[in-house]
Design a protein around this ligand. Structure first.
Ligand code: BYC
Ligand code: FE
Ligand code: FE
Length: 476
């Protein structure tokens, strides 16, 4: 078991005090991080007292502490899951050998790239969500937004620790660059597509935490298998926090569709225009937001045929989610039948298993998404409304992989680019949709006893507190 140091400038369970050089380097990065947080973190709530969860250890019972804290005073710490004794590499060419405590020279560049890519998404998401406090549906939701934001900040710390400890000067430079890129910036964008997309309203936010944070879950599961043990241990603890982010998304959408369906039933209306007049979000608009964030998140798994994925698997850098559930951990023999788009047509391709690892990870992700969608549909049906949300085909609206060249509708039927453009607004959020959703959220709800009209209240509050507990004490 590791010893936790919570009284140092940087809380940690990695015995930071024993490596003065590393400690000094991270303490030198800390003010830059805080400067970034003040500039790019939640806009307008930095002086308020927020009831937040802070990681203080990695024990499964009691790893977190809940209390009021001003966000800039949040104790962002470095926590690695406990070492697994005699852990060996679980897949690829080096299967069965001891895991690495240091970075092998030949994998340095690839590992750094994987860690930087993971790291980059964390501050990016905070930047994307920074203005949402101004339109929150309740104080409960406002607190959850900030909880997600501070923990994404901690995930950045987790990755920066790895860069500083194991990648020398290059690592320190990458850590600086992580605070310089900006989501959506034309000159210095974030690395991956979805993290440059605007997330401008709470429907987007809940879809983002459901779909995009879930990509985080699967990528972290894959990195938790890594032969590079410090990365594996970091990823394992990050997954503990990730569960709440996806909970926020899943219950957020569930509460939206519950409220909408309940109002539809109560007023006996069905047409989206009539539903909108009730001040709730019509279900086709929910479907379009789902289509957008699901497909943007599918792209985050990379191309379906990938030599990068094959070599990361071969060398033990990145495995599959829950690798021990597979029978063949070497994956040199099998192949994977997949649906690709080549020279203007859909073709079924037989791809060597290792080159299909991105698609294998995406499969697990899609199945996990479907479970959430099924729950939303149960909520709609329970109100007696006949409408079902669906995940679109993985051919639809892709920007990465072979389908980036093809145009398909949400059912997967091929179309010309012109036909597709003509129907775009029936499948993806239009300007009109955005303006409507924005109009519902024009007035934020800062009274803890109130809830916006467009969303049902949650079943329960946070950590045994009431739903109308004062989770964010406004000081201004
Ligand atoms: N956008 O062989 P390919 C999270 C690049 S989310 C832009 O198809 P490969 C979080 C790729 O880099 C989890 N570029 O894919 C969620 C490559 O470039 P190079 C984040 C893309 O290499 C919410 C080229 O295209 N973690 O934690 O297997 C809130 C060909 O690539 C994209 C990770 O992603 C894209 N979508 O890469 C907060 C884990 N996709 O090498 C946080 C680390 C691919 O030709 N990253 N490219 O220059 C990885 O494992 C891999 O880099 C990828 C796929 C999964 C991204
Ligand atoms: Fe994260
Ligand atoms: Fe997250």
């Amino acid at each position: 078991m590791t010893t936790v140091e919570n009284d140092e400038r940087i809380p940690n369970n990695v015995n930071l005090a024993s490596d003065k050089r590393l400690q000094r380097a991270l303490e030198a990065w800390q003010p830059s991080y805080l400067k970034w947080w003040r500039e790019m973190g939640p806009s307008g709530f930095q002086e308020d007292q927020v009831y937040l969860r802070t990681a203080i250890s990695v024990e499964s019972d009691g790893w977190a502490h809940f209390d009021y804290v001003k966000m800039p005073d949040y104790r962002w710490g470095i926590f690695l899951a406990d070492e697994v004794k005699d852990r060996t590499i679980g897949f690829g060419d080096l299967m069965g050998r001891p895991v690495w405590k240091e970075v092998p020279g030949e994998h340095r560049t690839t590992l750094r790239r994987l860690i930087v890519t993971q790291a980059d998404t964390e501050p990016a998401s905070v930047e994307q969500q920074r203005k949402l406090g101004a339109s929150c549906p309740s104080v409960y939701d406002l607190r959850n937004l900030f909880q997600v934001n501070v923990e994404e900040g901690r995930h950045l710390w987790a990755m920066v620790y790895l860069l500083h400890s194991y990648f020398g000067r290059d690592g320190r430079e990458e850590a600086e660059a992580l605070l310089e890129r900006r989501s959506g910036d034309a000159d210095k964008p974030r690395i991956l597509g979805a993290f440059n997309e605007p997330c401008t309203n709470w429907l987007d936010f809940f879809m983002f935490t459901f779909f995009t944070d879930r990509d985080g879950k699967f990528q972290l599961l894959a990195l938790a298998e890594s032969a590079f043990d410090p990365l594996s241990r970091s990823a394992r603890f990050m997954l503990t926090e990730e569960a709440h982010h996806m909970f926020v998304g899943e219950t957020g959408i569930q509460r939206i569709v519950e409220r909408t369906a309940q109002q539809m039933k109560q007023h006996g209306v069905d047409h989206p225009d009539d539903v909108r007049k009730l001040g709730v979000i019509d279900l086709p608009t929910v479907q379009r937001a789902l289509n957008l964030w699901f497909t943007l998140s599918l792209d985050l798994f990379g191309g379906e045929v990938s030599s990068n994925a094959a070599s990361s698997f071969a060398s033990g850098l990145k495995g599959r989610a829950n690798e021990d559930q597979f029978d063949d951990h070497v994956a040199l023999a099998g192949s994977y039948r997949m649906d690709t788009f080549r020279s203007g047509a859909a073709v079924v391709e037989q791809v060597p298993m290792r080159n299909a690892m991105n698609e294998v990870l995406r499969d697990g992700y899609i199945a996990d998404c479907q479970r959430g969608v099924d729950k939303w549909n149960k909520t709609i049906a329970a109100q007696g409304v006949d409408f079902a949300l669906t995940l679109p085909s993985r051919r639809f609206h892709r920007h990465i992989g072979t389908w980036a060249e093809g145009c398909a509708d949400p059912s997967g039927a091929l179309l010309s680019r012109e036909q597709w453009q003509g129907k775009r607004d029936t499948w993806l959020p239009s300007e009109h949709d955005r303006a409507f959703v924005q109009s519902l959220m024009a007035e934020p709800v800062y009274d803890p006893h109130q809830m916006a009209n467009w969303i049902a209240p949650p079943k329960q509050g946070i950590k045994g507190r009431a739903v109308d507990f004062d989770y964010v004490r406004r000081e201004a």
